[in-house]
Design a protein around this ligand. Sequence first.
Ligand code: SF4
Length: 280
Amino acid sequence: MYGVLTLSLKITNWCDLNCAHCCECSGANNPTNFMPLTRAEQYISEFQEIPYHIMQHYTISGGEGLAPYQFGNLEYIPTLLSCIYKIGGIPTIKTNGVWGERYNTRTEILKSLAGSAYFGNKLLTLDISVDEFHNNLKGVANIVADVVQSDYLLPAIRICLVGFNTDGTRRNMEKLRTQLDDRELHSEILPNHDWAVYRDDGKGMRVVVDDEQEVHDLGRAKQNNVYTATGKPVGAYVNCLSIDSNYLATLNYLYTEQIAGRKLKDVMNSLLRQIEQNGK
Ligand code: SF4
């Protein structure tokens, strides 16, 4: 295995959307079953002991990575972020952005996230899907607009829009830009696909646009041939060790091991042996 290793904590399998292509098989009918914070802290700490080129980027994902707020647990994400910041980590949170449609929820979440980022003195990134499968453009436009229009949020929060290399994604990205116009923001596409989004006084931010992902695997839609989802190929430069709330560790979306009662570095060694045996 080449490259660097990043840690992703899948804190829940609950999500308010039920996308047919979801390769996490997440959905609104799943229990929230949040990963206990003590375990999350233990994984983050043990990750430091892995003798590999670890990357100080930590991902909080799901399901819906910001679900704790939506269930009234306002301390869960700030506590987890504080733990990541304490070891010098840089956090990314994966979210569908639908909560951006609700003013009170949006205001509460963005203010809380920015507070954590100021506490850690490092940026926090929101990784939001914008493609042909998620009906979330209104929420995402509200989130981008709130961040760009606020002198408090702007230095603390960055946004990455993730889509597929498809016409459907490109169409929805354009629709999103139109919705930003409606919110009196200006946007320009930069040479590498990223956007510059700014307001009348010239203040603004670079929105990272990652719309090059191939559609090459099937999620639960495989069962009824509805549509497709992604899975990352093994051997990419950035390797991902994902841990879910059911004690399952997965390397590069492919190799899995139960982690209960074991040290993370032992699990990692075992996963690497699986890769060697498969010649990848
Ligand atoms: S693809 Fe994303 S938004 Fe859709 S159900 Fe899965 S986790 Fe939720």
